[in-house]
Design a binder for this molecule. Structure first.
Ligand SMILES: O=P(O)(O)OC[C@@H](O)[C@@H](O)c1c[nH]c2ccccc12
Length: 247
């Protein structure tokens, strides 16, 4: 495993130990309905991610999370994703709170949730769960649901996809980035997306820069795409979002 990733996971375990429960249940905004509406309007459902930095990008973007999210929504984003991992992604729970107050679209909490204790730290509408990094995926999916979240279960291999489907999760992410090695291959998502059943929402994640990349994922069967770096680092966040929404 990539040393950065090992460190991120060790950190997540530690954070779980001191995680504070901030609420019992969230009153969620409907992501699946929003995806359907966007598709009916003939546009691409884009989940735009507020991502100040990452182990694979250089430097940290100084950004105002709320203002960035407003620009994303003005550009037509169906939902916004916010990193809350502090160490390697420049995220924070505060950033997520600010974003969820600033926009009225569904918000995804992007973090390395490895333990139930992390689930109720901060309200969001969707919660990322990474199949490769949790022992009891079914348990976390159930717990996330009882806290009100729609779990977005991320996968990168055929086996992980099967595991994710067995939990009954309705939103399935297919990540083109291999999180163990941090390498991107859009061909991976292209290969797995067609095997996501029609009654689930398939989200292609990572590595998309241009409208053609987005088109490729939609043509492979993605219901939505999740784009971080290309949107966060664009000179004009609103225009970049619009370009991908109209792909
Ligand atoms: O910046 P990109 O290549 O557009 O990727 C966005 C998103 O898919 C990526 O941030 C991501 C996918 N899965 C994750 C898990 C944890 C942290 C981050 C991620």
């Amino acid at each position: 495993m990539h040393p950065d990733v090992r460190e991120i996971l060790e950190d997540a375990e530690e954070r779980a130990e001191s995680a504070e429960r901030a609420f019992d249940t969230v009153d969620p905004r409907d992501f699946i309905g929003a995806v359907e509406e966007t598709k009916e309007a003939g546009r691409v459902p884009v989940v735009a991610e507020v991502k100040p930095t990452s182990p694979t990008t250089e430097g940290t973007v100084a950004l105002d999370p709320a203002e960035t999210a407003r620009e994303m929504v003005a550009g037509g984003a169906t939902a916004v994703s916010v990193l809350t991992e502090p160490r390697r992604f420049g995220g924070s729970a505060d950033a997520l709170r600010e974003v969820r107050e600033a926009v009225d679209v569904p918000v995804l909490r992007k973090d390395f949730v490895v333990d139930e204790a992390q689930i109720r730290e901060v309200r969001a509408d969707l919660l990322l769960l990474i199949t490769a990094f949790v022992d009891d995926l079914g348990g976390l999916v159930d717990e996330a649901r009882s806290a009100g979240f729609e779990p977005l279960v991320e996968t990168h291999t055929r086996d992980e996809l099967e595991t994710a489907l067995r939990t009954g999760a309705r939103v399935i992410g297919v990540n083109s980035r291999d999180l163990r090695r941090l390498e991107v291959d859009l061909g991976r998502a292209e290969e797995l997306l067609p095997t996501v059943p029609d009654d689930r929402v398939g989200v292609a994640e990572s590595g998309m820069e241009k409208p053609e990349d987005v088109r490729r994922m939609i043509d492979a069967g993605a219901d939505a795409v999740l784009v971080g770096t290309a949107i966060t680092r664009a000179d004009d966040v609103r225009e970049k979002t619009r370009e991908l929404v109209e792909a």
